[in-house]
Structure formats: C-alpha cells, structure tokens
Design a protein around this ligand. Structure first.
Ligand SMILES: [Zn+2]
Length: 107
C-alpha cells in the first residue's frame, strides 16, 4: 500500500478527532501491526511522508522530541472513494483527487 495512504487511513481509523494528539511512532506501530506496510519500515523512512502531510495542511506538528513528531488534525479527515484505490481519507480543503493515482473522486 502507498505509505501516505496507509498513514491517512491509520489517522482516519484511530485518531480522527481534532483535539487528539498522536505521534508518528504510534502511526508507524499500527501500520506495521496491521500489515499495511513492511515490518522493516523505520521512523526515518516515513519522515518525508509526515512532512508532506504537514505541508499539505492535513496535520500540524505541535511538538518534536528527537524523531517523535506530535501531531494534530486541523479538521477530521473525510473518506472519499477512488475507483482504483478504494477509500481515500482527505482533508476538507484538499482537491477532490486521489492522492495515489490522481484519479477523480466519485463522491
Ligand atoms: Zn486512486
């Protein structure tokens, strides 16, 4: 699975409230536990994906402790459907296109 999509689906399933603080470590642990990503994946491997999520305005970085990023959502993610890739959780202000294949979202 695309790593950015795995991160978004994990946030959507476990932390989809604006007042909840979660960390990149928690997300990685869940993604590995649930078999969404390879077991060998490290925090360093996914750092760029989290930075992109911050840059895209999906989450904000509210604290940092060594490699641990403390994150919060601006708004709850909304699940939309890509015909190719399945469920894609998007931030309310993002373009209605699939983040994986770029396809148009059907709802
Ligand atoms: Zn897609």
């Amino acid at each position: 699975m695309d790593i950015s999509l795995a991160i978004r689906r994990t946030i959507y399933s476990h932390f989809n409230q604006v007042d909840t603080i979660f960390t990149n470590d928690q997300i990685l642990e869940i993604m590995v536990r649930d078999g969404m990503v390879e077991e060998a994946l490290t925090v360093d491997d996914v750092e760029g994906h989290f930075q992109s999520l911050c840059k895209d305005g999906v989450v904000r970085n509210v604290g940092q402790n060594f490699t641990t990023m403390y994150l919060k959502l601006f708004e709850p993610l909304q699940p939309v459907q890509c015909e190719e890739c399945g469920q894609i959780p998007l931030y309310v202000e993002e373009p209605r296109n699939c983040i994986v294949c770029g396809g148009t979202i059907t709802q």
